[in-house]
Design a protein around this ligand. Structure first.
Ligand code: COA
Length: 710
């Protein structure tokens, strides 16, 4: 594939030029050369500076044109005003990738210069990383073309970061935590190369087992979603996104000049893509470290081995929180741990060896888990007791870990004083997954399980999309657009709903009383009656609406009352008649929507509807179109889901019919990009088998004049 081949050139270049290399150790252009030399880059290093001379024993070329060898990558570390000139030189030298460290582009509002940079590069077939970045590290070619602190350890975690400062800090942290990296890429302003380009490369990179993304704002979200969905079927992907709080979102927006997408949408879509979202950098580090070394489990059932009951209970709670399932075949547990269990211990899971357990009891219990093919992971908990010699215990944990390392996931949580703390630090630096907190330990195991489920779930089956008459919908939009409108009137929305295959309440326009009675009888009682008059906008205020009309007499009375009060309200109103509408039976009120999200493109939404929607904000989002499985998952993920399952003796609701509406709206928004928002509120969901009813449908679209959505 084109991008992958050229991305290979970025990560494994034959030669790298540093334009703006400096002999002054205080300058960025010096640091980049220094890091490249120290890291032992396998290709050629070409420092470029008009002054010539030498830097760290390397010949400095006065200009790029003087270099004879191939230059696949040029790191630009010259002030912004010199960047375009340098790009011209790079084009002449057939450079493949520009790593533009320089700041002073879109992040400070200098959008035109950034556009010029990208246009010039593209014209000559070059790709741009940055600008406004600290550089790139690639373990395969031992390339450290960054101005970071150096000392990056090679390993299996690739970090892609939008924040420069945090990325540089991460270099130090990875070194301190002995976490090895396969790559580290600063994407900065993402003027050209973005996360999706890099993920495509990293997905095929044999050294990379886990990708950690630090994201502030999403620019081309639709492509990112598509790429992430593919990559998470092959590799673990963890994301940290800033801007979770409203204040954080504002700070992020002004930071790299990109808009942070609405956090709820981001959260849900990452889940849909199988990406693990960490709350903090520390949590993300814990996860990626574990994910990069732990073997994949062969099943869901984990066993807790502990020497303390209380800590075992804590661990059980943590397992529930992080979605780790516990093995619960009691007879098997009793036999498996019979040899090691003291009389007053418990072989229920958590397996409680009690405070008198010896190191040997511990090791034998964990070996019992290792030996059984139906026990898939181990959680070893330990509270410091006088019976343990910590030095010996550390060795014991090392050897248990070695036995598990390639076979089953295992995590340790240890509690105790200074000696235990020291032991944790030591073991961690050796890569043993030891934590001082049960929740941290189980959170990492949970991350592995979540990612593993994604890795093993396979592709969503292709489904035949729901049938709908998109051509007719476009005609309705065109007619409304021709009138200069960017929204549909009620009868137009009803036409769209019909073409979409939605069931709306039946409605008949009646021009006189006889027609109203006939309409009510055709629809069936009870009915609602509403005045139809272009002179009366607020029908209820004018007394123009009558609800719950049970029979012929009530229709007659209501008809006359509506006419009387409307004429009293506006004596010169021209009344065209009344609309007789089916009275919608009560059910669970939900909301289904779809919109063009500024970050992610077409997005579908499902939630608890009616008057609660604003208060409860109990909604879920997914990138559209959505399959039936995803639509049902959206419905299942709202807090009010039990209402649809049927509570307090009520029967189960028609979840399948609601999912069908979500799919229809999702398909419409993905196919008709001119529709910016469509919302069915409420969508009343009836008992299983009785379907749903779309009571009100609203649609906004881009006008024909090419303007934005209203
Ligand atoms: N080709 C080669 N070298 C050139 C050049 C050109 N066209 N134009 C200038 N140079 C040389 C300069 O002479 C200088 O070398 P010297 O030290 O021998 O005099 C060197 O390149 C650097 O130029 P200088 O003007 O000294 O700039 P600087 O080093 O102070 O700053 C940047 C350059 C790129 C570091 C600075 O503009 C910048 O953007 N800093 C912010 C970087 C950043 O934070 N990025 C984001 C991180 S997350």
């Amino acid at each position: 594939m084109e991008t992958r081949a050229s991305m290979g050139r970025l990560f494994n270049p034959r030669g790298v030029a540093v334009v703006g290399a400096s002999a002054n150790p205080g300058k960025i252009g010096y640091r980049v050369v220094e890091n490249m030399v120290k890291a032992g880059f396998t290709g050629e290093i070409y420092p470029i500076n008009p002054k010539g001379g030498e830097i760290l024993g390397r010949k400095v070329y006065a200009k790029l044109a003087d270099v004879e060898g191939a230059v696949d990558v040029a790191v630009l570390a010259v002030p912004a005003e010199h960047v375009l000139g340098a790009v011209g030189d790079c084009a002449a030298k057939d450079v493949g990738h520009l790593v533009v460290v320089t700041s002073g582009f879109s992040e400070i509002g200098n959008i035109a210069l950034e556009k010029e940079l990208v246009a010039l590069a593209k014209k000559h077939g070059m790709r741009v990383l940055g600008p406004n970045i600290f550089g790139i590290y690639s373990a395969t070619s031992r390339l450290d073309a960054t101005f970071g602190p150096g000392g990056i350890l090679p390993g299996h975690v690739a970090i892609v970061t939008q924040s420069g400062a945090l990325g540089i800090a991460m270099i130090g942290k990875t070194a301190a935590e002995s976490l090895g990296l396969s790559a580290l890429i600063s994407v900065g302003n993402k003027s050209d190369i973005d996360e999706a380009d890099l993920l495509e490369y990293l997905a095929d990179d044999p050294e990379t087992r886990v990708v950690l993304l630090y994201v502030e704002g999403v620019k081309n979200g639709e492509r990112l979603v598509k790429t992430l969905r593919e990559v998470t079927q092959r590799k673990h992907v963890v994301v940290i996104k800033s801007g979770r709080s409203a204040r954080g979102a504002m700070a992020a927006a002004s930071h790299t000049g990109s808009l942070a997408g609405a956090d709820d949408v981001f959260d849900d879509i990452m889940r849909q893509c199988g990406v693990l979202r960490a709350e903090s950098v520390q949590e993300a580090f814990n996860w990626v470290r574990f994910l990069s070394t732990a073997p994949l489990p062969s099943g869901e059932d984990a066993v807790i081995v502990t020497n303390g009951g209380g800590i075992g209970v804590l661990a059980t709670d943590a397992c529930e929180k992080y979605g780790v399932r516990l093995y619960d075949n009691q007879p098997v547990l009793a036999t498996a741990f019979a040899d090691v269990m003291p009389e007053f211990g418990s072989s229920k899971n958590p397996v409680d060896l009690t405070g008198q357990a010896t190191g040997d009891d511990y090791a034998r219990s964990l070996d019992a888990v290792l030996a059984r093919s139906d026990m898939h992971a181990a959680i070893a908990l330990y509270c410091e007791t006088a019976l343990f010699d910590t030095t010996q215990f550390a060795d014991l944990l090392r050897s248990v870990y070695r036995r598990y390392a390639e076979v089953k996931p295992i995590v340790f949580a240890l509690f105790g004083g200074e000696r235990i703390e020291t032991m944790i630090r030591e073991l961690r630096s050796e890569g043993v997954p030891v934590f001082g907190d049960v929740y941290e330990a189980i959170s990492v195991l949970g991350s592995l399980y979540r990612s593993w489920r994604r890795l093993t779930e396979g592709n969503e089956e292709a489904e035949t999309p729901p049938e709908m008459d998109i051509a007719s919908i476009r005609q309705v939009l065109a007619r409304a657009g021709a009138q200069g409108r960017k929204f549909l009137l009620a009868h137009e929305a009803a036409e769209v709903a019909a073409a979409l295959g939605l069931r709306m309440p039946r409605s008949i326009l009646a021009r006189d009383l006889d027609a109203a009675i006939r309409a009510a009888e055709t629809i069936g009682y009870p009915v609602v009656m509403k005045v139809v008059s272009k002179d009366i906008v607020h029908k209820s205020d004018a007394g123009g609406v009558a609800l719950d009309l049970e029979d012929r007499d009530e229709v007659v009375d209501a008809y006359q009352a509506i006419l009387r009060s409307c004429l009293r309200y506006k004596p010169d109103a021209v009344i065209e008649g009344v609309e007789v509408v089916e009275m919608v039976r009560a059910g669970v009120e939900t909301i289904v929507g779809a919109r063009q999200d500024p970050s992610f493109g077409p997005v579908a939404m499902f939630g608890l509807g009616g008057i609660y929607v604003e208060v409860m904000k109990d909604v879920s989002f997914r990138a559209a179109p959505v399959t039936g499985r995803v639509a049902r998952e959206m419905i299942g993920s709202i807090r009010a889901y039990p209402l649809l399952l049927g509570v307090r003796g009520e029967s189960r609701k028609d979840i399948g019919a609601a999912a069908d509406v979500v799919m229809r709206l999702g398909r419409l928004i993905a196919e008709c990009r001119e529709i910016t928002d469509i919302e069915v509120n409420p969508l009343v969901v009836y008992d299983y088998g009785e379907g749903v009813k779309a009571v009100d449908v609203r649609i906004l679209f881009r006008g024909t004049q090419g303007g934005d959505a209203a």
